[in-house]
Design a binder for this molecule. Structure first.
Ligand code: GLN
Length: 535
């Protein structure tokens, strides 16, 4: 293709419409047509990255290979496409201002008054070009976080308006994801909120080419016509996106039925023929009619928040799909285990998963869950903090080291079995200072983990500060805990497993960031298989 094509995705009416999912799904359809696609997210908040935000605020913090801590929409992008993503693919207002102010201090603006237009908008446009240059993709999709009408989103909208003008109409497309509410009393779908949000966009100078209408009920002809006329969008560009019945992985198929990819290609003068979606279809078929069912417990402290463990839930779905197994997830607050005991919640479960986390609240409950899994031989998967919990439990209850703990939770523990890495001792800043991103891990021959991966060296993503304390390794190994994987120099413990247990596996890294619907992650596969055997 002579020129990369640019697709901009905005959102109207309310947040949480699944813009990221919609963008990612269009990415799937375009990739299936043989196009190289990448996706980028602009977040209007002032944090430099979401790494310092609580999962209660913002859901999961997603981590890329290069160690960037990003918005969870980048997780959708990676699960739905093979887009090459780096820290450039997530830009926040905080980053934009950080850069602009640094340039101002350095004198780069040569005495000019520094302003939102052009200096801030130039910085935003530069980021789009950088992603285009770095990724060498045919199509660059840029999603603008937030809702049209937000004050903080304005500089981003102004920047994409200018950008589209610069690259020309056949190279840029605006797609607006909006809500069509259903009013029960009137028995009607309502188009007015969308008309108003499109009016807001047009005020800034953006005329969307496509409306993606999130709706509980099918869009009737009348509603489509109204939306077309009042929003100044061709009628065949009014796309219905209903709530899915079974799984988010249905969204690409739903959008394909609405001919979204045809429309996009026509507008952008892309001639690649339709792709083959049969692998995607068969994955969905497995999800819809599973042959087996299992019940898994996820024991965490952010369980009320839908999105806090997003990638973990998705990875379980991927493994379930691959094994034709319906995975029922019971979310358990570890503080409830502390007050009422593990048995009440965990008896009868086919598997127990303890995810990552920070801060001491709820850790004792997680330790009780790990103990329950070990003693009752229930398959266990521990991720990051979930591995540290497994180690603490083993040291306390098998090695008999009373009060063994992580120094994150008890600095004065007589047995600091999890402790700070040397290079972390003097770090005071919180943002971006953990061990972050992808690094290699060597697996030990003859372990369950080595068998699950089918290869001796793996690369996995990290996001943590604390490590297994090497002073306790020998004692653990002598008593039935296997160090199944370490950093190449052998100094950092990456994976542990228990000898006398069907599947007690825990890792310091985050396998959930590398699982895909048609390529379920080996550790989730192993865990679901073991849970199935348990069932
Ligand atoms: N709080 C732990 C650490 O910093 C675990 C982090 C995590 O689970 N992501 O090491």
């Amino acid at each position: 293709m002579p020129h990369p094509k640019y697709i901009f995705i905005t959102g109207g009416v309310v947040s949480s419409l699944g813009k990221g999912l919609t963008a990612a799904s269009l990415g799937t359809l375009l990739e299936k047509r043989g196009l190289k696609v990448t996706l980028q997210k602009f977040d209007p908040y002032l944090n430099v990255d979401p790494g310092t935000m609580s999962p209660f605020q913002h859901g999961e913090v997603y981590v890329l290979d290069d160690g960037a801590e990003t918005d969870l929409d980048l997780g959708h992008y990676e699960r739905f496409t093979s887009a090459p993503l780096s820290k450039r693919n997530n830009l926040t207002t905080g980053q934009v201002y950080e850069t602009v102010l640094m340039k101002e201090r350095r004198g780069d603006y040569l005495g000019k008054t520094v302003q939102v237009i052009p200096h801030v908008t130039d910085e935003i446009k530069k980021r789009i070009r950088e992603v285009a240059a770095e990724s060498k993709c045919d199509v660059i999709m840029t999603e603008i976080g937030g809702t049209t009408g937000d004050i903080e989103g304005l500089p981003f909208l102004e920047a994409i308006r200018q950008f589209a003008l610069e690259v020309g109409p056949e190279n840029a497309l605006f797609m607006h994801v909006t809500l069509i509410p259903y009013i029960k009393a009137a028995g009607e779908l309502k188009s007015k909120p969308t008309q108003q949000s499109v009016a807001k966009l047009r005020e800034i100078g953006i005329q969307p080419h496509i409306l993606i209408c999130r709706t509980e009920y099918p869009l009737d002809r009348d509603t489509r016509q109204k939306l077309s006329m009042f929003c100044n969008v061709q009628i065949d560009a009014v796309i219905e996106e209903m709530d899915v019945n079974h799984s988010i992985y249905e969204v690409p198929l739903m959008l394909e039925r609405e001919k979204l990819d045809d429309l996009v290609c026509k507008h952008l003068r892309i001639e690649n023929p339709k792709g083959d979606m049969s692998d995607w279809q068969s994955f969905i078929a497995n999800l819809i009619a599973p042959k087996h069912r299992i019940n898994l417990a996820v024991v965490g402290k952010y369980i009320e928040h839908q999105d806090a463990y997003k990638s973990i839930y998705e990875s379980l779905v991927h493994a379930g799909g691959a094994l034709a197994t319906g995975v029922e997830i019971t979310k358990i607050d570890s503080e409830d285990i502390e007050s009422e005991g593990a048995a009440k919640f965990l008896e009868g479960m086919d598997g127990i998963l303890v995810p990552g986390g920070f801060g001491s609240r709820g850790t004792e409950g997680k330790i009780m869950a790990a103990q329950f899994a070990r003693e009752h031989k229930i398959p266990y998967l521990g991720l990051c903090l979930g591995m540290q919990i497994g180690v603490i439990e083993f040291c306390r209850n098998v090695l008999g080291l009373r009060d063994a703990h992580s120094t994150e939770f008890n600095e004065k523990s007589p047995h600091p079995v999890i402790a700070l890495m040397n290079e972390q001792h003097d770090v005071v800043d919180k943002g971006g200072t953990m061990r972050l991103g992808s690094s290699p891990c060597h697996l030990v021959e003859g372990t369950k983990v080595r068998e699950a991966y089918g290869q001796p060296v793996i690369d996995e993503r990290h996001r943590h500060r604390y490590e297994v304390n090497n002073a306790y390794r020998a004692r653990m190994e002598e008593n039935g805990l296997t160090i199944a994987g370490t950093s190449p120099d052998g100094k950092l413990v990456e994976v542990i497993e228990l000898k006398d247990h069907p599947w007690f596996v825990a890792c310091q890294y985050h396998p959930e960031f590398k699982s895909k619907p048609n390529a379920a992650h080996p550790l989730f596969m192993g865990f679901v298989k073991a849970a199935l055997a348990q069932h």
